[in-house]
Design a protein around this ligand. Structure first.
Ligand code: BES
Ligand code: MN
Ligand code: ZN
Length: 498
């Protein structure tokens, strides 16, 4: 769906959406429409349960006195409910309600007294929410396609200040492009998306001016990435490390910020094999890398004034004649040795080398890694928030604030020596699981921390928020791309040249 922007004139035909406030308070366009309908709109509203609360709506078909086909009245709630995220949610609900009700719809945006938002900003956010809600992954539905396909192609957002609305929307549209790219990557099955093909997808960012390098097994062997390579050795697919650089800062020598992603294109568990029930979910064990790639697309798409690097470690974790065994000891690029007691704790092995490489090569201002790292984080936080683990309070606060602002929320966990000790090992520098039953997400984070040196670093455990079985207004079921909007926001608020 593509939104367009124009002046707030009530259309004569087609589908029209008008907002009202809580307490059945009509705004300018609803009043205008009510007049054309000789009071019919207010009568319909009164005859229904609809009061104008946030998230509620009422549909009227072919209202007398007009040539309109459909009027959708949407509730804004109270003036204080009119916020960025509420407007996005409203846009999402409008799109979803009208998706199969014709080709176009017009949404009127009235100014709301006592609200801090301008009509232009409201219009842009409604458009953004509508676009985010319009995501579909239906490329493999060859039969159902024609019937189930949404018909709504254009949403016309009508408000004052259209030039400003268009300008605000421009960057949002680029972020949505990044979100869609991530959702596509996360949704692809693992017979189609494996290290080589995922690296090829990342290469497409070159069109936007991103420098993309792909390192193969031989190169990684020379660099000493024994931890990452051990995970991939049971698969027929060669592991890859993809390095992406976006240089948008006015000072080209400015130190970059860095993002690192776990890209396990399928996680069977390896020789420590997983139970078969639900194993199909492990196609999205590459979501950390998918988010990082989508974020680079967003930053490059909107030409962010920042230097950013992204590194993703891509491997398939399979059992097989050459697979890594429990008890194997591997040497990471950092020189630290690891006893692999459980081949299913593979994400941390991949990230160990990817983080060390990023730190050594780029000396970044900070590193944020994303990973579907532990099932334990789902026990802690369910599907509502991602876990945040960090060695730096300023970075943590910035990430948390950005998450609150875009409704991709985080919850920070403690770290410390007592947890660190749990992965000490008798015959190597560390083991890849604690062996105990508690604090599984924290000990995983402690493991990663051993590979970041003194660089400010944060780890987002996104295992619980990457895939959703319940649609939200701007996030359809399936791959969520959780993290793209959050990190884009953090970059914009704290790291971009003005
Ligand atoms: N990819 C999984 C974590 C995961 C589980 C993500 C469920 C999404 C949904 C990870 O590689 C894993 O297998 N972790 C193990 C660690 C354990 C062996 C210490 C886990 O969480 O069970
Ligand atoms: Mn695993
Ligand atoms: Zn995994």
């Amino acid at each position: 769906m593509k939104p367009t922007f124009a002046n707030p004139v009530l259309p004569k035909t087609g589908t029209v959406v008008v907002p009202i406030l809580d307490g059945r308070k009509l705004l300018a366009s609803a009043k205008n429409l009510d007049k054309q309908m000789k009071g019919g709109l207010m009568r319909a509203i009164k005859a229904s349960q609809f009061k104008g609360s946030k998230g509620h709506s009422l549909h009227l078909l072919a209202p007398a006195g007009t040539k309109l086909d459909r009027v959708m009245v949407v509730g804004l709630g109270k003036p204080t409910d009119v916020t960025d995220s509420a407007m996005q949610a409203m846009g999402g609900r409008i799109y979803t309600a009208l998706a199969s009700k014709g080709k176009t719809a017009s949404v009127l945006i009235d100014s709301v007294e006592k609200s801090k938002m301008s009509p232009a900003r409201m219009a842009a956010e409604v458009a953004y929410g509508g676009r985010l809600a319009s995501y579909r992954f239906d490329k493999y539905r060859t039969k159902a396609r024609r019937h189930n396909k949404p018909t709504l192609k254009t949403v016309k957002v009508l408000s004052s200040g259209t030039a400003q609305a268009r300008k605000l929307y421009r960057d949002m549209d680029k972020v949505a492009d990044g979100v869609f790219f991530t959702r596509d990557l996360v949704s692809e099955p693992s017979n189609v998306l494996y290290p080589e093909t995922l690296a090829a997808e990342a290469k497409k960012l070159a069109k936007l001016g991103v420098k993309v390098e792909v390192l193969g097994e031989a190169r990684m062997r020379k660099l000493g990435m024994g931890a990452l390579l051990g995970v991939g050795q049971g698969s027929v697919h060669e592991p890859k490390l993809v390095v992406m650089q976006w240089n948008g800062a006015p000072k080209s020598k400015e130190k970059p910020i860095a993002f690192v992603g776990k890209g396990v294109t399928f996680d069977t568990g390896g020789i420590s094999i997983k139970p078969s029930g639900g194993m199909e979910d492990m196609k999205w064990d590459m979501a950390g890398s998918g988010v990082v790639i989508g974020l680079m697309k967003a930053l490059a798409g909107r030409k962010a004034k920042v230097n950013a690097v992204a590194v993703v470690g891509l491997v398939e974790n399979m059992p097989g004649g050459n697979a890594q065994r429990p008890g194997d000891i591997v040497t990471s690029m950092s020189g630290q040795t690891i006893e692999v007691l459980n081949t299913d704790a593979e994400g941390r092995l991949v990230l160990a080398d990817a983080l060390w490489y990023t730190k050594e090569r780029f000396k970044p201002k900070f590193m944020v890694n994303l990973a579907t790292l532990t099932g334990a984080i789902i026990v802690c936080l369910g599907n509502e928030r991602a876990g945040l683990f960090s060695n730096n309070d300023v970075l943590s606060k910035r990430l948390s604030d950005a998450g609150d602002a875009v409704s991709e929320q985080l919850w920070r966990f403690p770290m410390g020596d007592v947890y660190d000790k749990m992965i000490n090992c008798d015959i190597a520098d560390m083991k890849n699981i604690s062996g105990g039953r508690g604090a599984g997400s924290i000990t995983a984070a402690q493991f990663l921390k051993r590979f970041v040196g003194t660089t400010p670093w944060a780890h987002l455990d996104i295992a619980g928020v990457t895939w959703s079985n319940k649609a939200k207004p701007t996030v359809p079921k399936g791959g969520t791309a959780f993290g793209v909007r959050l990190l884009d926001r953090m970059v914009k608020d704290y790291y971009e040249a003005k």
